[in-house]
Design a protein around this ligand. Structure first.
Ligand SMILES: C[S@@+](CC[C@H](N)C(=O)[O-])C[C@H]1O[C@@H](n2cnc3c(N)ncnc32)[C@H](O)[C@@H]1O
Length: 425
């Protein structure tokens, strides 16, 4: 049955989607918030005839969110309904994603005519519209060609995702190199990212990347490293774009010394937050606060434990970490991953709380002056003041009654004790 025939008998949006999936022979399909998703192409589908610009507005809202989360986005975008389809290379829409003049809706489904009008001048001349009745073959050929081309828009490497990218590089590439010294990982990583696959983008780095045919060979001094398996290497460079933009390169290089592979043991305290959860949290922070949030916000984690929530932060100079137990403070201070951060012992539920329930940092004097100043400046709305982002995975406890003496917490009863007796109550 042809696509036009399948669409004629389609009753629901699901039927419309399935008709296109079958006609295009799409592989690796995922249906979620984005109606049809493959690594190469994403679709927005409607059951009834809908203006293409409105559908692109919705689809681009999802693309923008995915890009902010640091996910790879496909090379092509397509909008479909029961009568027509429109296909566009994603690159034409990229300028829109950073356009501050556009008011992006909170959800894709809220994309409306006003937004469609805003994106129209940029993309109108770049998508190709096909009426399926009459142009089915052309649409199918163009879309299959696009999928075959396998063009992917890769994620840029920036100051804010450096730590996350490095951790992924160690797991996917570094471990395949049989590196002898842990410190060499960062040097090799920079040789790899500061290369476009053909030429070095920066010279005089302590390590070099050369190619023996297609095979990457890394050189540090007299030592040479080759990959035990190339699969991770290919996957990694399918996700990220190299080299980083010129404007970031020197800054990224400066951060080299702060990058050491994560030794899981250093990140296992009594109540530690698992690192894969932290990674997701950072994706969400970038999606919510914008790609350069680590430059814009001062972070205070006031129940930092062994510090995992800050392990993926790439700009520790903007980070303050405090926690209850001095032992945890010592562990954090010893961890080179936190070099540059201010780390101190502080009981945020008791220290500095006056009898009237106000906060007075002079009471304990434990909060560093720089943080007090940052808080005061942010409160005053002083020009250039960075807002304070409280980033915490708080201790969990419930007050069962005023005295919180009920032991119904089972094994956790001990943790719950005395919550209402803190000065914060
Ligand atoms: C859920 S854990 C957070 C773990 C942390 N993100 C990490 O990965 O190590 C809560 C932490 O808060 C600390 N804590 C509990 N009560 C506190 C208080 N009153 N002031 C400061 N820290 C506190 C605990 O010691 C624990 O390390």
């Amino acid at each position: 049955m042809s696509l036009v025939q399948s669409l004629a008998i389609a009753r629901t949006e699901e039927d419309v989607k399935d008709a296109y999936i079958k006609a295009l022979g799409l592989k690796g399909v995922f249906k979620g918030l984005v109606d049809i998703q493959t690594p190469e192409i994403w679709f927005e589908a409607k059951e009834t005839p809908t203006p293409p610009l409105l559908m692109f507005a919705q689809l681009l809202t999802y693309v923008r969110a995915a890009r902010k989360r640091g996910e790879a986005i496909p090379g092509f975008l397509c909008v479909i309904d029961r009568e027509k389809a429109a296909l566009m290379a994603t690159e034409h829409a990229l300028p829109l994603l950073d356009d501050k003049a556009i008011v992006w809706p909170k959800s894709g489904s809220a994309a409306d005519k006003a937004m469609a009008a805003q994106i129209a001048p940029t993309i109108e001349t770049h998508f190709v519209l096909y009426q399926i009745d009459g142009y089915e073959a052309e649409f199918i050929k163009a879309t299959k060609d696009a999928v075959r081309e396998g063009r992917i828009i890769r994620t840029p490497i920036t100051p804010d995702n450096l730590r996350q990218v490095f951790d992924k590089w160690v797991a996917m590439v570094g471990v395949e190199l049989g590196v002898k010294r842990q410190a060499d990982y960062a040097v090799l990583f920079f040789a790899d990212i500061m290369h476009d696959g053909r030429n070095e983008a920066m010279r005089n780095l302590p390590a070099r990347l050369l190619f023996n045919g297609d095979k990457p060979v890394f050189i540090i001094g007299a030592e040479q490293y080759e990959l035990a398996s190339e699969r991770g290497y290919l996957n990694f460079w399918n996700i990220y774009h190299r080299p980083p933009e010129q404007k970031h390169r020197h800054y990224l290089l400066e951060r080299r010394d702060s990058l050491l592979p994560m030794d899981d043991q250093k990140f296992k305290g009594a109540f530690y937050t698992p690192l894969h959860i932290v990674d997701k949290a950072y994706d969400q922070l970038a999606a919510t606060l914008g790609a350069d949030w680590q430059q814009k916000y001062i972070v205070w984690d006031m129940c930092a434990g062994v510090g995992n929530l800050e392990a993926k932060h790439s700009n520790l100079r903007n980070v303050f970490m405090s926690t209850l137990d001095q032992e945890d403070v010592t562990i954090m201070r010893r961890n080179p991953a936190f070099a540059g951060a201010e780390i101190f012992q502080y009981d945020y539920l008791n220290d500095d709380v006056t009898d009237f329930g106000e906060i007075d940092y002079n009471l304990s004097g434990k909060v560093p002056q720089a943080l007090r100043q940052a808080i005061a400046d942010a409160r005053e709305g002083k020009k250039g003041a960075k807002p304070i982002l409280v980033l915490i995975n708080p201790p969990y406890a419930e007050a069962m009654n005023v005295d919180n003496v009920s032991g119904s917490g089972g094994d956790n009863a001990e943790l719950k004790k005395g919550v209402s007796k803190t000065r914060i109550s």
